[in-house]
Design a binder for this molecule. Structure first.
Ligand SMILES: [Zn+2]
Length: 707
């Protein structure tokens, strides 16, 4: 996962004139041992670069003051652009000035979002929530600042001759305004604005209806046979009465995965996929109509085209074709898995029909994993003590990216166990960026795993390059009283993934904040990190650090690893076909459905789902609780899209002489993907790294297990 507070405006950007990046040749190595921040700053200065640590606010009042002063400064800077005389506009005082503002506001909103997610003091977290709300409200009107747009247009009228990153920034800035409708007539602009307001309200209602849906259902212990005792104890509401809320995912899935009785699974499924049906089918119909209207007013063929324009896919049609291709490629594995499920179902006493229905697949998949791949993933923890994993992972990244990762004494911290690291170029000894690590859970802290960018890379107006500062906020198992923190293999994969996002942020060389680090299209941003997940399945990579902490000579057994992988692949065909059914539904609904299709929206949607995956029961309305349709609309395909690129990129390592530890390929990854960010077309970057055109074959083979 990647988290970046991107208030609407922050996709607007700018840069430093037409100068090229100033990087000094090289310098003496830094002293050994733990580094101080001032050592690093001095070293950074030799390269005409700046390193900075965020001045974390320490009281609610400071948070509020920072918020107000940042907004005031940004408004002043925007006013200055808006007041420019047409004869005085330049790239620097219009296009780049917008990138400068985005950078300045971004540093603050990023920092405050860290306080919101991770500060130990609830009062500071509350102040940060208020601040984020304030920035959000403020950012809403930014795309509609006509005075600023007039200045930008005046610059367009000078017919500037730009190239490279400047040209790209210029074009994307203009595109933002066009997408916001500022090129339309006054009358049309008003219409679009009204349509958008109506849309936002409906989108909110849709989400609220999902959140508020309650679907309790009572079962007896007999009906829940197969569900683990640990779950049952949480559901017990009477003598022989267990209440499952079909709207609470972990409760519903525990039953769908384990209940032997088919009627139980079916009842629960029907209830779950009827959540919010009464209200949300109608709301979705209106939402789809409004989105279609807005897209047409703005000059797009469909909402899917409007949404994908800024992404790698470029058009709804490209995205849909990609999913259709995957659907076809998956067919044989999907069929084979269904045949296995059928045999499992036939052998299960609670079954009422021999067919595998949509309410059966989770149960059958779970049985398959238990029966055929009896892997005890808990037993693997002894191979993964946290500190060893961290050191081992550092060694892998140091080797492939040609860097050193050194611990730094942090001058200030927002919590005690916060650690700070510097990433240093191994050849030139240039500090490339800073990384905070906040790795263990505590009350009130963000409860997932994510990279939060704090200061993005950018060529500053002074001509110095601002090197990035980023942070990983994670929740790995805390150290035990009498032993180390022991990770699962899944945890190890997660840390490789998240650290990949941090590297993406730190290794950037893009001139503008709009393009630097992880500021890349949404259907690509996960791909570099997903690629790094392949590393943790490689025996050689693991042997670098995975050893039984009680007996370090004992490496992780190859057969256990292979079994784990097989179990992972065993049901991928089914899981992915389900994902594809959602992606294809999402794109189809946003590609000009006919009035008849809209009039029969639920039947139409169920039909599409049933073409790709197990047919839904006709009484259900999965669309009514498909939350991704609000916010991730025409974007669900992106999961598979990025996954496919990740597998394609991983295959380059697999085929390299030194496998996943191949330094030459690693360097190419750093230069062609990580350093570039979005400063050039991502497809170009990916193909330069691959050394060939993209292919979905590695994805089908490695990730999905198709032979
Ligand atoms: Zn991620």
């Amino acid at each position: 996962m990647l988290s970046n507070l991107r208030v609407g405006f922050l996709v607007l950007s700018a840069s430093f004139g037409l100068t090229s990046l100033t990087i000094a040749a090289e310098s003496d190595p830094l002293p050994s041992g733990k580094l101080t921040f001032s050592d690093l700053q001095a070293q950074a200065a030799k390269f005409h670069t700046v390193l900075a640590l965020p001045p974390f606010e320490s009281t609610p009042q400071e948070v509020a003051n920072t918020t107000d002063s940042t907004i005031a400064a940004a408004n002043k800077a925007l006013d200055a652009i808006g007041a420019l005389e047409p004869a005085k506009v330049t790239f620097i005082n219009t296009i780049r000035a917008l990138d400068d503002i985005a950078f300045n506001v971004g540093q603050v909103t990023n920092r405050i979002s860290i306080l919101k997610e991770a500060h130990h003091d609830p009062k500071i977290r509350e102040a940060a929530i208020e601040s984020v709300q304030k920035f959000d409200d403020w950012s809403v009107g930014l795309d509609y600042r006509k005075d600023v747009y007039r200045a930008v247009k005046a610059y367009v009228d000078t017919h500037p001759k730009l190239e490279g990153e400047e040209e790209r920034l210029f074009e994307e800035t203009l595109r933002d305004y066009q997408r916001a409708g500022l090129d339309l007539s006054e009358q049309q602009q008003k219409e679009v604005e009204q349509l958008r307001k109506d849309l936002v309200k409906l989108e909110e209602y849709f989400q609220i209806n999902i959140n508020n849906a309650r679907a309790p259902i009572k079962f007896t212990k007999m009906q829940l046979q197969g569900v683990p005792e640990t779950v049952l104890s949480k559901l017990k509401t009477g003598d022989d009465e267990y209440t499952v809320d079909a709207n609470v995912t972990f409760q519903a899935l525990a039953v769908m995965d384990n209940a032997v009785n088919e009627e139980t699974r079916k009842e629960l499924y029907i209830l779950r996929d009827n959540r919010a049906k009464q209200k949300n089918v109608e709301i979705l119909r209106k939402v789809l109509e409004l989105r279609g209207q807005i897209a047409h007013e703005l000059g797009y063929k469909s909402w899917a085209d409007y949404r994908t324009e800024t992404r790698m896919a470029r058009t709804g049609e490209n995205a849909l074709q990609f999913l259709e291709k995957l659907k076809k490629g998956l067919q044989p594995k999907y069929e084979a898995e269904l045949a296995e499920f059928k045999a499992i179902k036939a052998a299960t006493p609670g079954s009422t029909t021999p067919e595998v229905n949509i309410w059966d697949w989770r149960f059958c998949a779970e049985q398959l994993r238990k029966q055929e791949f009896n892997v005890d993933s808990e037993a693997l923890r002894v191979y993964f003590p946290f500190d060893k994993v961290l050191q081992g992972m550092f060694a892998v990244y140091e080797r492939i990216f040609d860097i050193q990762i050194r611990e730094v004494d942090p001058p200030s911290k927002y919590v005690d166990d916060l650690r700070l690291f510097a990433v240093i170029d191994n050849q030139t000894h240039q500090p490339l960026g800073l990384l905070y690590m906040d790795m263990f859970p505590r009350p009130g802290k963000f409860n997932h795993f994510a990279n939060f960018s704090i200061i993005d890379g950018k060529l500053l107006p002074t001509g110095e390059y601002q090197r990035p500062t980023t942070s990983l906020i994670c929740n790995f198992p805390p150290p035990a009283k009498d032993g180390p923190s022991l990770m699962t293999h899944d945890d190890v994969t997660t840390i490789f993934h998240e650290f990949g996002h941090a590297m993406h942020a730190i290794l950037t060389q893009a001139k503008f904040v709009r393009f630097s680090g992880t500021n890349v299209p949404r259907d690509f941003v996960e791909a570099p990190s997903q690629m790094l997940e392949y590393f943790t399945w490689d025996k050689r990579v693991l042997d670098g650090f995975a050893a039984d902490y009680r007996d370090p000579d004992k490496k992780i057994p190859q057969d256990v690893l292979a079994q784990l992988k097989q179990a992972d692949l065993a049901t991928k065909g089914t899981e992915y076909r389900r994902q594809l059914s959602f992606g294809i539904l999402d794109l189809t609904l946003h590609s000009n459905p006919t009035p008849e299709q809209l009039a029969n929206l639920n039947d139409f949607s169920n039909h599409i789902l049933g073409e790709v995956f197990l047919p839904p029961d006709p009484s259900t309305a999965m669309i009514a609780s498909f939350g991704h349709l609000m916010g991730y609309d025409a974007g669900y395909y992106g999961y598979a899209w990025a996954d496919a690129i990740a597998a394609d990129m991983a295959s380059v390592f697999e085929e390299a002489p030194d496998g996943f530890l191949d330094a030459k390929i690693g360097r190419r990854l750093r230069d062609e993907i990580y350093a570039q960010g979005n400063s050039r077309d991502i497809t170009v970057s990916v193909e330069k790294f691959l050394g060939r055109k993209q292919s979905i074959e590695p994805f089908l083979k490695k990730k999905l297990g198709i032979q």
